[in-house]
Design a protein around this ligand. Structure first.
Ligand code: SAM
Length: 216
């Protein structure tokens, strides 16, 4: 990808969409569809968005991932499988969930659980306690979909992302927090033309209700 374009070109989008469809048709997804039927709730991420999430993991190959709103672990399973398929050794996923009554990660197949670390608590409180790793490769927001809360998470975790790290948000259609946050990472010159060198993302986009942006 040419980072100066601030977008994926046609062939990169085509390859990415192929990858999403490949995930969607995979045996792993069939396995997860079955688990979704048996254990899932209406809060669990749907199949298409989960496939987009995994295609992002396969494309950007993160090792240290953080997700908020872990719940039963549908999104977690697709992140962990994505790291496995990308050949990431010893990948880690920290999964934050505020509700102590939820069996966090219970939908994740056992063979994927070695890198899974559930963390009980409210994301905002945990931010104050500085419990998160200093540098992360992928952040997924899927906790409280209130504008201010999402924006807070985006601002906090964007700073922690390494160059080429990916910020992902589920349910970006709920409000404008994702696009508003993206807009803060653009820099413009005096006549309003985007200054690509000072703009701090290299690409962003949306597919399904998944939004993503890559740090430059
Ligand atoms: C839509 S569900 C997440 C689904 C999950 N990602 C999946 O695919 O299975 C949202 C979850 O976020 C949790 N949550 C909401 N606010 C939170 C907060 N402030 N901190 C941590 N978790 C929160 C809820 O308890 C709920 O389990």
């Amino acid at each position: 990808m040419n980072p100066k374009l601030l977008a994926m070109d046609d062939s990169e989008w085509s390859a990415f969409c192929e990858s999403v469809l490949e995930v969607q048709r995979s045996d792993f997804t069939k396995e997860m569809e079955q688990r979704l039927r048996v254990f899932g709730t209406k809060s669990s991420m749907g199949i298409f968005d989960s496939s987009v999430l995994m295609a992002l993991v396969r494309k950007y190959t993160p090792s240290i991932c953080v997700e908020t709103g872990g719940n039963l672990g549908m999104s977690s399973a697709f992140i962990l499988q994505g790291m496995y398929e990308a050949g990431i050794k010893a990948g880690k996923l920290l999964s934050v969930e505020v509700d102590p009554n939820i069996p966090v990660g219970s939908m994740i197949p056992d063979r994927l659980k070695s890198g899974f670390q559930p963390l009980l608590g409210d994301v905002k409180q945990l931010m104050k306690k500085e419990v998160f790793p200093e540098q992360i490769d992928l952040f997924l927001h899927d906790s409280s979909h209130r504008y201010k809360y999402q924006y807070l998470e985006f601002r906090y975790f964007w700073k922690k992302l390494r160059p080429n790290g990916v910020l992902v948000s589920h349910d970006v259609n709920f409000n404008a927090s994702f696009v508003d946050f993206v807009s803060t990472t653009y820099k413009h010159d005096k006549i309003g033309v985007t200054d690509r060198a000072r703009t701090t993302h290299s690409v962003w986009g949306r597919l399904g209700t998944i939004g993503f942006m890559v740090k430059s």
